[in-house]
Design a protein around this ligand. Structure first.
Ligand code: C6P
Length: 414
């Protein structure tokens, strides 16, 4: 049993009171984006009502207040992910932009013809397409790790596939389809043995698992705040200082320079070298509030709650005739993302009929088309849980699935 007071938590999320077509909202699409507590929503209006100003520029009171709040979040993020220094934390728009930053800046400087970039087969397109582009441009090769039957990284094959040609290993910390938790530290050690570096896509990891970049032993770590109670439009790139220092800027313009002449410019120091132009000030500040909210709950409690609800969902969904559930069977080995297919019902039909019952899930390829091909499906239905979900909502999902089966002519449910 987790120590989260879910009923109390739910009171902080006004959107959970929504009624859709007369049905209470059951929101099980948290892997796409989480909801935001009032504390985060109020932080945004408070910024615009009380101290809306640009950062790093003015010397007036409000600009100083905005700069202090904005830079304070860098420290909050650094503490949350166990980063040694705040200058290693760079604000981006999202995970996707953070990965592109590394692919453009580090990749084009360091990846040479014949080099290998090692990925897992369950990467989100955000952690695949930028590397495809880089590999094409640099005549490098993409190499894919293998998965076991229940969707875990096959470490024996990883030992064969990561070698002297490997320049970079780029893997998700937690799959947004299979829920698989990747053995990042073991992969980091393998990469480092061969003088390669490792980038970890934490988009589905850090919202749910206590995370320390030092313990993961990674070189880059990226994530999006909108999946962890924060607003959209804020992502984080964390990188080791010596690697970031050696990288050229990704974007050019204001704020990222130390001096500009007609014919040349000098770059600002970290982290601002990578933050060109006016940043997303209000949302970065609100992101700090989101992290503090999670810290107050305790990430161990967040994880325990999700293991409990995922175990229950796996058990209940397993009662459905003709269901295929993807990923590890043990809730302790996976995150709170459960992708499934019911024989005879297209996942999009399932998503639509569930929506008519007030239950919001995601259906489709989840931006993982190569993985769908490996699973030999066009797409899946996917329920994903967070701190405010209850066991009762899993029962409502089951009731909605039974309704879907009825609508489709009793093809599945027992
Ligand atoms: N996955 C999902 O429904 P952005 O869009 O940049 O904030 O995050 C991209 C991303 C990267 N890696 C992983 C593992 C992800 O799950 C995501 C986003 C959402 O699964 C939207 S496609």
């Amino acid at each position: 049993m987790s120590n989260l007071d879910v009923e109390k938590i739910r009171q902080d999320f006004p959107i959970l009171d929504r009624v859709i077509d007369g049905k209470r909202l059951v929101y099980l699409d948290n892997a796409a984006t989480s909801h935001k507590p009032v504390q985060v929503i109020k932080s945004i209006s408070n910024y615009y009502e009380q101290y809306n100003s640009n950062v790093h520029r003015g010397i007036h009171t409000m600009s100083e207040e905005a700069t202090t709040a904005y830079e304070g979040v860098r420290e909050t993020v650094a503490n949350f992910i166990g980063a040694k220094e705040t200058c290693e934390v760079i604000f981006t728009r999202n995970t996707t932009e953070a990965i592109n930053l590394v692919a453009y800046s580090w990749g084009r400087q360091n990846v040479l013809p014949g080099d290998e970039i090692v990925l897992s087969p369950m990467e989100h397109h955000s952690n695949l397409v930028p590397w495809q582009q880089l590999a094409q441009e640099r005549e490098a090769k993409l190499v894919f790790l293998e998965l076991t039957e229940d969707g875990q990284i096959n470490m024996e094959s990883a030992k064969q596939l990561i070698g002297s040609k490997t320049r970079l290993v780029a893997v998700t910390q937690m799959s947004n389809v299979l829920g698989t938790i990747t053995p990042v530290t073991e992969l980091a050690r393998l990469a480092h043995q061969h003088n390669a570096i490792i980038l970890v896509d934490g988009a589905q990891g850090v919202p749910h698992l206590k995370t320390s970049v030092a313990e993961l032993e990674c070189d880059f770590y990226v994530f999006s705040l909108h999946k962890m109670l924060g607003p959209t439009g804020v992502g984080i790139l964390w990188g080791k200082k010596e690697i970031l220092n050696a990288m050229p800027p990704f974007m050019f313009g204001g704020d990222m320079i130390s001096s500009v002449h007609r014919d040349k410019s000098r770059w600002n120091e970290l982290p601002w070298k990578f933050e060109a132009g006016t940043p997303n000030i209000a949302d970065v500040i609100a992101s700090g509030v989101a992290i503090e909210y999670l810290q107050n709950l305790g990430m161990d409690n967040v994880r325990a709650h999700e293991v409990e609800i995922t175990a229950y969902a796996l058990k209940r969904l397993g009662e459905i005739k003709g269901i295929t559930i993807y990923g590890p069977k043990d809730a302790n080995l996976r995150g709170g993302v459960v992708a499934f297919n019911v024989e005879g019902i297209h996942p999009h039909d399932l998503g639509q009929i569930l929506s008519d019952s007030g239950v919001a899930i995601r259906a489709g390829h989840h931006c993982c088309q190569p993985l769908m091909k490996d699973l030999k499906v066009m797409g899946t239905a996917r329920a994903s849980f967070y701190i405010y979900n209850t066991l009762e909502e899993v029962d409502l999902l089951m009731a909605a699935l039974k309704e879907a089966d009825k609508v489709m002519g009793h093809v599945a449910c027992r």
